[in-house]
Design a protein around this ligand. Sequence first.
Ligand SMILES: [Cu+2]
Length: 305
Amino acid sequence: MLKLLSVVALIALFSAPVSAIEYEEHDGMLMDHGDGHLMDMAGGMVMGQNTNTLPGGCDKISETREVTVHAGHKYAEKFPGRMFSFDTQEFNFKPCTKLTVHFVNEDNIRHQWMMHGLPKYLYPKGMFHIEASGPSKISGTLILPPGDKTYLVHCDIAQHMEKGMKAQLKVGKGDGDLPSIPGLTALVVPDDYKITLEQLNAKAHADALLPEPVAAAPVVANKPAAKAAAVVVEDSLISGVTVIGLAIGLLVAPYLSRRYQGLSVSEVITHVFADLRALIEWLAKYVSVLLKLVGLNKDKELPEK
Ligand SMILES: [Cu+2]
């Protein structure tokens, strides 16, 4: 009898679901921050919530619908080359539908269900947006506008749409299909697996009309490594300076526009020349320091030769 019981206990143990995911339930916990913006401290958020204001052109709510959308890596498995996806790529609703979306994030990262192109007088930035950090369920409601239109739905976390988390929502008949929707429409830029990396680089060179890499400056005998190192130093120096220049430009542009605001043309010119002079003086100092550094490195190399 004891043996039988233990066998039964063992069977029960092994047939129990293995580590079911713990889902956070955001609904009912969200704080209303006004303007349809709801959020909680656990990473759940709804923006553009609208449960009762009719969009212009809607006489009444045509119907009330609910849809559950799952989001996660596993839904991308059937789309080769994609990483994230929703379980549904196309939604269809009548104009003026009151729609509640139950969003279920099944990954241990943040995902969104973000809809674009809605009337801006009703939805901030024309967006309705549900977001969940980690495995969780969260719901949001909006009222769809009238007319036939296709709306973009995606996850706006960096690269998630490009990696497959993209869908379309057609109100009425919609007004066409969006590109690059997994399993639905063709990629805007199709991958070409026939071309090799070398061919791609050669093509890029030809396209940019770049000169072919110059073959060999004077070779230091038996020291190809030293030569390579010298080339690398030169390359990194150029790209480093370029990057610094760009960064300075980006940082300085807004400052300059503020600095010269409200001045007459001649005043601006005077200021620009004074500033340029200061900048050149500063750059001269900077370059001389750099040259000194390069000189020091050369000195270090000399004993090896
Ligand atoms: Cu995402």
